[in-house]
Design a protein around this ligand. Structure first.
Ligand SMILES: Nc1ncnc2c1ncn2[C@@H]1O[C@H](COP(=O)(O)OP(=O)(O)OP(=O)(O)O)[C@@H](O)[C@H]1O
Ligand SMILES: Nc1nc2c(c(=O)[nH]1)N=C(CO)CN2
Length: 155
């Protein structure tokens, strides 16, 4: 069994209901959900002229290989009628794979750890709630340290 961390986000429709529905679907598809962070209201990152998001992170246990797990996430987005208005823009549901054990992996379809997670408050805040001491396999720093660097404005 492997442990993976999944980021959930929504800023269209009933955002909290969208996150709850996605979590239910992941469970039905066979992921063992070990913990889920609080749901956080977050300011839009990147493209800022859009509604605020609700974000959360879930820790799951799975036998699926990383690319199979990513496919499960992308299929779940599609089954929820994935709406995306523009790159980094509004969406009813977004499921990203943040970490998979301590794997460092790069393919056309999947990059692990998620290559922008260290820059995203909306990821590090919920992740640090459920995995503060987890060490990022590339930066070799804990999630809480990465969060502090981001909020302190370190390089
Ligand atoms: N760790 C990862 N988690 C999710 N998708 C990934 C990851 N690494 C690579 N991808 C690829 O990124 C593609 C596009 O992802 P997506 O449409 O969610 O981009 P985005 O949400 O607009 O931006 P971002 O991925 O930076 O949040 C996916 O189809 C997937 O193949
Ligand atoms: N706060 C917040 N900002 C974002 C988010 C998100 O989930 N939360 N997702 C984006 C596209 O992946 C772009 N910007």
């Amino acid at each position: 069994m492997s442990i993976a961390y999944i980021a959930l986000g929504s800023n269209l429709g009933d955002k909290e209901a969208n996150l709850r529905q996605a979590l239910k679907m992941l469970l039905v598809k066979g992921l063992q959900i070990r913990s889920v962070s609080s749901f956080f209201k977050t300011e839009p990152y990147g493209v800022t002229d859009q509604p605020e998001f609700i974000n959360a992170v879930a820790c799951v246990k799975t036998d699926l290989a990383p690319e199979k797990l990513l496919k499960l996430l992308l299929d779940t987005e599609l089954e929820m009628g994935r709406v995306r208005l523009r790159h980094w823009g509004e969406r009813n549901i977004d499921l990203d794979l943040l970490l998979y054990d301590d794997l460092i992996y790069y393919s056309e379809k999947l990059v692990l750890p998620h290559p922008d997670m260290q820059n995203r408050f909306f990821v590090l805040q919920p992740l640090s709630e459920i995995a503060a001491d987890k060490i990022h396999p590339v930066y070799k720093k804990s999630i809480q340290t990465l969060l502090k660097s981001l909020t302190d404005g370190d390089e």
